[in-house]
Design a protein around this ligand. Structure first.
Ligand code: COA
Length: 151
């Protein structure tokens, strides 16, 4: 059987794709229970959201997403990254986040920011591996992590 990771396709998220597949997006959110996103959380319009958000699919099935938008401080902020439970740990999260980072670094932004719960080891590993560093601890205990564009 062909390696399933060879079938991963990462594309820019568009409103049309989100609308057509909203149940699959919500299902991934429900499976993970880290951040329960409803329709309105997915659909909300934010600055540059559709330029800096991506989804992953395998043979037409949505298997993950990474949704970001532009903040006034010059960073692209990652609001949510999630991979379907059935397809975790095969490189999809890394592919999604790398797509955002590459686009940010090729454009006029300071870098990428995100928040993570300190006990979320899997997410922490992914972020530190891609170069994110702890910037501060928020009042609610979340860690703000930043990846700065070099140079
Ligand atoms: C966090 C998440 C997005 C990572 O996506 P993924 O596709 O499973 O991760 P990848 O396969 O791309 O792995 C990337 C890195 O994450 C880390 N990682 C992946 N699976 C891991 C596991 N089971 N245990 C520990 N670290 C793990 C590793 O550092 C890995 O790099 P490596 O394969 O070179 O060792 C995914 O696990 C997920 O959806 N988790 C639930 C939702 C969530 O917590 N989102 C983040 C909110 S801040």
């Amino acid at each position: 059987m062909a390696d399933v990771s060879e079938k991963i396709v990462v594309n820019k998220l568009e409103l049309d794709i989100l609308q057509k597949n909203i149940e699959q997006f919500k299902d991934i959110s429900n499976q993970n229970k880290v951040l329960l996103w409803k329709d309105e959380n997915f659909r909300i319009e934010l600055p540059n959201k559709w330029e800096y958000s991506f989804y992953a699919s395998i043979e037409g099935q949505i298997v993950g997403f990474a949704i970001s938008s532009e903040k006034k401080n010059g960073y692209i902020h990652l609001h949510n990254i999630m991979v379907s439970k059935h397809f975790q740990s095969i490189g999809i999260g890394k592919r999604l986040l790398t797509a955002i980072i590459l686009k940010v670094f090729n454009n006029n932004f300071k870098g990428v920011s995100l928040r993570v719960q300190p006990h979320n080891k899997r997410a922490m590993n992914l972020y530190t591996q891609l170069g994110f560093e702890k910037a501060k601890e928020e009042d609610d205990g979340d860690i703000l992590m930043i990846l700065n564009k070099k140079g």
